[in-house]
Structures are given as C-alpha cells and as structure tokens.
Design a protein around this ligand. Structure first.
Ligand code: ZN
Length: 207
C-alpha cells in the first residue's frame, strides 16, 4: 500500500511514473544495456486539499484562493493519472458535534467481516480466472461478471454521456459497482450500485 499525502506537491514526473504500475501492476526500468521489469502491484491512496488554502467548500472558513490558483493547483494532477484511480471522494471536515458524539460508527471488526465475505464471493466467482480481485478484472471478465439489467444500463449510459467519461472510467465504474454489490452480498448489480460507483468518479468532472 502506498499512501501519498499532499498529492499535488509531488513532482509531475514522479506522479506520471505511477501510471504504469497502476495500470499493469509492474514497473519497467530501462538502462543502457538492459531492461528489467519488477512487480509493483500497489494499492495507491492519495490525499489532497480542495484548493491551495484548503478551505474551498468548507462552511467554517472562507477560501482565499482565486479561480486561476485553484485551477493551477488541480492541474498538477493530470487527467490520465486521475483516470487510473478507481475511487475519488470528498472528505469534508468533521463537525465538532460529531467529534463529541457518543454514538459509535461501524466498528472495524464488522467492516472486516463484510470485506472477507465479499472476497469470498469474488474468489468463488473467479475460481477459473487469472485474477480473483474485482479491481484487476480484464475487459473480458467485466463483460462476463458485471452484467447489468436495463435500469442499471440506463444509469451508466446517462452518466457516461453527461459526464463525458472515458472508456477506462467506464470499466472502473463496473468493477466498483461489482464490489459494492459484493459488499452487500448480492449477486446482481443494482442501479444504485452503478450510481454510487459513478459518484466515486468525482474528479473526472473537475479536471
Ligand atoms: Zn482556497
């Protein structure tokens, strides 16, 4: 697992070099006399602010950035790199009342059980396939294992047309929809699963 905090602060070359491992799960190093390929199958987690001052969209404090400053900041992460990241979400600041709340969220132990059950479904489904992970499904596997009913198909079509998403984003939405259905213990993908997966393509709409 690779966690990069302050994602846009890394150099453009460093960030662009992530494209190959994210896409192929390995990395090729070329030197004068030889080329070596190393396995580099990582789970990439990256965090960034919504703008240089960090307060864009925050109800507690106004953002001081100008639109060109925000554009420059966001453009440090290229569209092709964002395209290769499965899930983008906005994490708003936690309000004080919630920090002090007595109510507990879902405990890690029950989340773990949910994940293990989903992995079991994937293992059973993909027993004869080259990969058992939804995130690594090829286009051929997606066609076979992420079948949509007509209502889900319509949701996907509308999202792709309205948001102008790429073919890669299309495949990612289907893989993530499959995982959402697996986490809920359902064999069929529902329209809401597709809608949720589309919401996780948030940055496609900004870059
Ligand atoms: Zn700002």
């Amino acid at each position: 697992m690779l966690f990069l905090d302050e994602f846009p602060e890394f150099s453009r070359n460093t960030l662009e070099a992530l494209r190959q491992p994210l896409e192929d799960g390995d990395i090729t190093i070329a030197r004068a006399h030889t080329t070596i390929r190393y396995p580099a199958s990582v789970i990439l987690l990256a965090a960034m602010n919504p703008c240089p001052c960090g307060y864009l969209g925050d109800s507690r404090k106004p953002c001081k950035c100008t639109p060109p400053q925000i554009d420059r900041y966001m453009s440090r992460i290229s569209g092709p790199l964002i395209d290769r990241i499965d899930i983008h979400i906005e994490v708003p600041a936690v309000p004080f009342s919630e920090l002090r709340s007595e109510r507990d969220g879902t405990p890690s132990s029950s989340m773990r059980e949910q994940v293990l059950a989903a992995r079991e479904m994937q293992t059973a489904r993909c027993a004869n396939e080259p990969t058992m992970s939804n995130g690594r499904m090829s286009s051929k596997m997606i066609r076979q294992h992420c079948r949509l009913d007509s209502a889900s198909e319509l949701v996907l079509k509308q999202a792709l047309t309205e948001l102008g998403l790429s073919a890669r984003a299309h495949d990612k939405i289907l893989r993530v929809s499959r995982t959402i259905a697996d986490l809920a213990g359902r064999e069929n993908i529902a329209p809401d699963d597709v809608l949720e997966a589309v919401h996780y393509r948030r940055l496609d709409r900004q870059l």
